[in-house]
Design a protein around this ligand. Sequence first.
Ligand code: GDP
Ligand code: MG
Length: 163
Amino acid sequence: MTIKVAMVGRPNVGKSTLFNRLVGKRLALVDDTPGVTRDRREAMASLGGMSFLAIDTAGLEEDGDTKLSARMRAQTDLAINEADFALFMIDARAGVTPLDKHFADLLRRGKTPVILICNKAEGRAAEAGIYESYSLGLGEPVSISAEHGEGLSELIEAFDKVI
Ligand code: GDP
Ligand code: MG
């Protein structure tokens, strides 16, 4: 049976960038405008020789609200209920935002195992955010740079632990 992995988190943290890297094609739209990806996308992906179905959640505009919108919640719920585990991504450069905390609360309440990912972790600007991410209560984060392809071997180790 195919393992399903959902990428969740607020807009602009780099979900689609990671999705594209794991899928190896530019299937998911990446843009500098937060939340520009309108549809949820699924494609077969691989990491460290393991194949799985990656689910990129998106289509959610940030309206400046720090609460989780009904659409965001619904899409995240759907994806994580279907998935064997979730990759919950934050932007380590931005630090932990109120919206990240709402996502973390939602994920902690669910049954789906979660790997916490601190993305945009290239360089020193991410250090404080990585430290802060422990406060989300989702265990030790995996620091990566989806854009530069860094930290993927640590991600493979995290996959091995949840599978
Ligand atoms: P999504 O809304 O969560 O799907 O985020 P996107 O994948 O569309 O990325 C949002 C922005 O963050 C884009 O400008 C990306 O180029 C940028 N980005 C993604 N990954 C990284 C990373 O590892 N480092 C840095 N510095 N920027 C990144
Ligand atoms: Mg996206």
